[in-house]
Write a protein that binds this ligand. Structure first.
Ligand code: ZN
Length: 290
């Protein structure tokens, strides 16, 4: 049989197959091969009854998050507040780069719209991101249809109202994670139990914090392909390895000057690129010292 792991707890994996949940274990040979099943995995399994099954094989994964350990994530709702803290495009771009790199489709959700007196600036940003293919949502009712048939995670910095939004979308999740963290202590809960919740026809996870996705984009080409607007134009640069900084006949630089790429996006690209390069320099120096 084939199903999806929707919960992992203390060596047991709950696999959902055609609406039935089977409690399974991984055969010993998985551990010998260093393979661990994760929540989100599509697996082949056998089970005589729903209480007792075995995972036989794990299908190839399209991506993996580390904390919490969830694989095959389709999309992420990036929550940014309109005010308190103010909307921050630089921070948003950092989230987007990470998600693109992991092949997770971003959905931008703006919270605390009621605190915003003038929407004009935000609408200008909305136009830029929507042109890149990212939904830019300001109402919860507009978000819900996106959840159908997908595995979704929610992310955002502290104070943007992530819990408030999740409480509204999935009261069960809020209730259950609250109860478990109270009874077992937070640490044990976060390391042991990972679960996907059925919500509005899809599956959502209790969700990575900002630090959970450590910076994994390490090279200029990775960065280029994670900026979808820049990547699109970069095919027309004269040099294939163009970093869009100093090279002649750079299509990206021209497009930024002409306003075809938003100036703030190009600035964020340059900033992230220089951070990547600085990190590489530091790393080289450390190696030399050894
Ligand atoms: Zn270029």
């Amino acid at each position: 049989m084939r199903g999806k792991i929707i919960q992992a707890l203390a060596g047991f994996y709950d696999v959902e197959c055609e609406g039935v949940i089977y409690r399974t274990r991984a055969r010993g040979n998985f551990r010998k091969k260093g393979k661990t099943p994760y929540v989100g995995d599509l697996v082949e399994f056998s089970a005589e009854n729903p209480q007792e099954g075995y995972i036989l094989a794990i299908h190839e994964r399209k991506n993996a998050l580390v904390r919490p350990p969830i694989v095959n994530v389709d999309q992420a709702v990036v929550i940014m507040s309109a005010r308190e803290p103010d909307f921050n495009a630089n921070l948003l771009d950092r989230f987007l780069v990470l998600l693109e790199y992991k092949d997770i489709h971003p959905i931008i959700y703006i919270s605390k719209m009621d605190l915003l007196e003038d929407e004009e600036v935000l609408l200008a940003y909305a136009a830029v991101y929507e042109a890149m293919g990212y939904p830019f949502i300001t109402q919860m009712s507009d978000l819900l249809p996106y959840l159908k048939d997908k595995i979704t995670v929610f992310m955002g910095q502290t104070g943007v109202g992530k819990s408030t939004l999740l409480n509204k979308i999935a009261p069960d999740l809020a209730l259950e994670t609250g109860e478990i963290s109270d009874s077992l202590g937070r640490g044990r809960h976060t390391t042991r139990m990972v679960k996907l919740y059925h919500v509005h026809g899809g599956l959502i996870a209790d969700t990575p914090g900002f630090s959970a996705l450590d910076y994994e984009v390490k090279t200029a080409p990775d960065l280029n392909s994670a900026f979808v607007d820049i990547e699109k134009v970069s095919a027309n640069c004269k040099f294939r390895s163009c970093t869009h900084t100093h090279e002649p006949a750079c299509a990206v630089k021209s497009a930024a000057e002409a306003g075809e790429i938003a100036a703030f996006r190009y600035d964020d690209y340059l900033q992230l690129l220089s951070e990547i390069e600085n990190r590489r320099e530091t790393y080289k120096k450390v190696l030399k010292r050894k």
